[in-house]
Ligand binder design. Sequence first.
Ligand code: 1CP
Length: 342
Amino acid sequence: MNTNFIKACYGEPVDQIPVWFMRQAGRYQPEYRAIRKENTLMEIVYQPELCAHVTQLPVEQLGVDAAILFSDIMTPVKALGIDFDIKPGFGPYVEKPVRTLEQIVALKNPDFTKEVNYVGATIELLRTWLTVPLIGFCGAPYTLAYYLVEGGKSKSWQHLHGMMYANDERWHQLMQHLAVSMAAYLKYQVAKGAQAIQLFDSWAGDLSFEDYERFVFPYVLHIFEELKVVDVPKIYFGLKTSHLFPLLQQYACEVIGIDHTISINTARATLGDAKALQGNLPPTALFADRSILHAKIDFIIDQYQQHYNKGFIFNLGHGCLPEMQGEDLKYVVDYVHGKTSG
Ligand code: 1CP
């Protein structure tokens, strides 16, 4: 078992910098596209053998140091009583967006052991196949609420922020419900064998410090407090979160995932060394010439080596893009490993 990823999360010495990529299973893979022709995204999730296969594919092809369960942040939402679809080329779609207090108080408190038993079955299967740690995940309350309240990707954020700024019972109840249920969902994944967990709060970085502190922070704090009882490393990730670091630092998590809008040095200057960092190659660097790609990777690794030399996981600043080539992603893995081993 290759445990460099887990060691890096805890700030322990590693043989080489561990690497994995957000969205490492996905449309850049011809094998994934072929499977998607025959199955919707959720149909993959509902079939443990197939889902485990899709999870494992990038591990074999790229040589990454961790697997991430193939799923979506919407997977646990059906168990709350919300119908959704994932539309190709668009993403999550909720036909009846959650906007009234009536809808919010009607949300269920699911027993995830029963409601998403296929997730547990996939995790159990993967633990018998994998030689790298398996990361479980879920969406953080704010990022989930974005899809539930807007109904899908939105440019105006009018309904979500309308509810948030109204600061009435609806916001508190919805965020509290999502916090409690996502903590339970993550505990379920760990009980089934997930060896680390990541909380995706992709869109939270768009909020000001004050709005995040007031409307989002207490709920994420709650999730990590709840998860103190599970002995696996925990990662919080969002885009453009550097202005929020003084708050993120307070979470009971081992790792902060950062995007490519901030350097490792600047992140360390604010965050100190109490947490490991994960990131942050710009995904678009994968489309550049090798010399440029080298320079971008060297920039990250040099900072890691000069100033800290532990507690770092190499990743992209955001997810893999469909236009990427598997061979280029593998090249990045080999380059990072080669540069940092021994
Ligand atoms: O087959 C397809 O339809 C391709 C697109 C796709 C994929 C591969 C979607 C629709 N979801 C997924 C799987 C997925 N989603 C994973 C897989 C595990 C892995 O990393 O290999 C993960 C971790 C997610 C998490 C997720 N879903 C996030 C958080 C991470 C991030 O990228 O910011 C978000 C915001 C979603 C919503 C979502 N699902 C799908 C899309 C296209 C979107 C984004 C829509 C938008 O832009 O608002």
